[in-house]
Design a protein around this ligand. Structure first.
Ligand code: ZN
Length: 491
């Protein structure tokens, strides 16, 4: 800007001082090159060309060509004598859209002769491409994703669009965009980068420090991470360390999240597995009945809970996800001292026995419902159809693998040694009572199979309890140390 202003002042000044003097001043000021006299006549008169600038000049490709001034003057034998300006004609053209060397021919006629001079113009590309950066309004990079390029374009007068040749170099405080055109001219532009987003915190779900007894099932409660914009990053958290529920000791789990810059946030959880010293006897001294109810909760579960409360009898429910209207019965049963076990989410044999993955995926779903209702995951499991089922024969060996996998994970699975017959054999309450009481008679420990989605089976419970009390039995809920009443696995 300053330079332009100065040039303007100079030309104002020139106008004030008259033509001849002005010419002299310009000649001195811009260092015109005097071409050696092009022609000297016999009497000493001669013609001289005066060029503004060099006789060979560079012209930028694609930019308007403004021919620099040229003068021709004639002079007498003595310097300054009879000096006059001559009319100069120009021949030749400069195509600034085409790289190359162009010649401009200047001619004057003087005393019947033609005198000429030349200027060479080289059309070159000496400028780098122009890079234009895009800016998205209100955009701020977030901690996890880092900077997401807002975009740019690069255009070169000669090469055209060279956007795909741009390279970005990242620095802590800026990005540099560089591009070089086919003539070797480079351009670099800079984008300031400001990462103001702070690192998110990983929030532990459940206790930061907890204790479990050896042999109990352990399920990691997980973590939650929200970034400053409220995006849930929990799915990107990685874990190091694992609790082995069978082996007493102190375990540390590391949860960490790494962003695109390699920065890490982390949090730790400590889990202590303590030795399990007070195992309940597998063969209790007292005669014990473990009433168990599968496939609920359902419309009769509340009624059943009322009867159990009346006699202060605790039982076990192996629950499903099938009747969501009655899910709160799981919470009620738990609060009233009953045991909650996982039966299955779907009770779909074809699905749960199709693979280990399918089984554990289903188990996870029912565990989530149990956790929702009770605040705890359960260690107790009953297989749909029992561990001896043959409905799973379409997947040979699956029950053998699953029963082992459950035990390895700290679960205890339960079958039964007394069947009430309520699953098809009978629909009569009196027959259910008879099946259960005769089945329990003479056994020290009975694990009884009933279904609380069958009203006639629920209706049998009061009579079963009265019979048990009258005959010296204790009713207990199952825990992981209770008898498993395991069947022989048939698949
Ligand atoms: Zn069932």
């Amino acid at each position: 800007m300053r330079n332009t202003q100065e040039n303007k002042d100079t030309s104002e000044e020139v106008k004030k001082k008259g033509h001849r003097l002005a010419s002299g001043l310009i000649i001195a000021a811009v260092c015109l090159i005097v071409l050696a006299a092009a022609l000297v006549f016999a009497d000493g008169r001669h013609v001289r060309f005066y060029f503004r600038g060099e006789t060979e000049i560079q012209q930028e490709y694609g930019e308007e060509f403004n021919e620099p001034e040229i003068w021709a003057v004639s002079a007498g034998r003595l310097f300054g004598e009879g000096k006059r300006h001559l009319n100069v004609e120009t021949e030749g053209e400069v195509d600034t859209g085409q790289l190359g060397k162009y010649t401009l021919n200047y001619k004057v006629r003087y005393l019947g002769r033609e005198v000429s001079a030349q200027r060479i113009v080289n059309v070159v590309d000496s400028k780098g491409p122009e890079i234009t950066l895009n800016y998205k309004e209100g955009y701020e990079p977030d901690w996890f994703t880092g900077y997401e390029e807002e975009g740019y374009t690069a255009y070169d007068k000669l090469d055209g669009d060279v956007t795909d040749k741009v390279e970005r170099v990242d620095y802590p405080d800026r990005f540099e965009y560089r591009v070089t055109d086919s003539q070797g001219n480079s351009t670099t532009v800079t984008r300031e980068s400001s990462f103001t987003d702070t690192a998110p915190k990983i929030q532990l779900l459940g206790e930061g420090e907890s204790e479990i007894k050896a042999g109990r099932h352990y399920k990691d409660p997980g973590v939650k991470v929200l970034d400053s914009k409220g995006n849930d990053l929990s799915g990107y958290v990685q874990t190091e360390g694992k609790v082995i529920p069978d082996t007493p000791g102190e375990y540390q789990i590391r949860y960490y999240l790494e962003n695109s810059q390699g920065e890490v946030v982390e949090v730790y959880r400590k889990v202590t597995v303590t030795p399990n010293e007070n195992l309940e006897s597998i063969n209790p001294e007292e005669k014990t009945i473990y009433l168990t109810f599968d496939d609920g909760p359902g419309p009769y579960t509340d009624r059943l809970l009322d009867v159990l409360a009346k006699y202060d009898v605790k039982v076990t429910f192996f629950v499903t996800c099938l009747n969501s209207d009655y899910s709160d019965c799981i919470g009620r049963a738990y609060r009233e001292g009953h045991s909650i076990g996982a039966h299955t989410a779907s009770h779909n044999y074809k699905n749960v026995y199709s693979s280990e993955e399918a089984y554990f995926e289903d188990l996870d779903r029912i565990q989530e419902l149990i956790y929702e209702q009770t605040g705890e995951y359960t260690d107790l499991v009953r297989f749909p159809g029992g561990s001896s089922n043959t409905v799973s024969n379409f997947n040979p060996g699956i029950m053998t693998r699953l029963s082992q996998a459950l035990t390895d994970s700290g679960y205890q699975y339960f079958d039964w040694n007394v069947s009430s017959g309520d699953a098809g054999e009978t629909t009569k309450t009196s027959v259910v009572v008879e099946n259960v009481t005769s089945g329990c008679s003479g056994k020290k420990a009975s694990v009884v199979l009933q279904h609380d989605i069958k009203d006639y089976s629920v209706d049998a419970v009061e009579n079963i309890i009265r019979w048990g009390i009258d005959n010296g039995y204790t009713f207990r809920p199952l825990n992981v140390d209770s008898p498993g009443a395991h069947h022989t696995i048939a698949n």
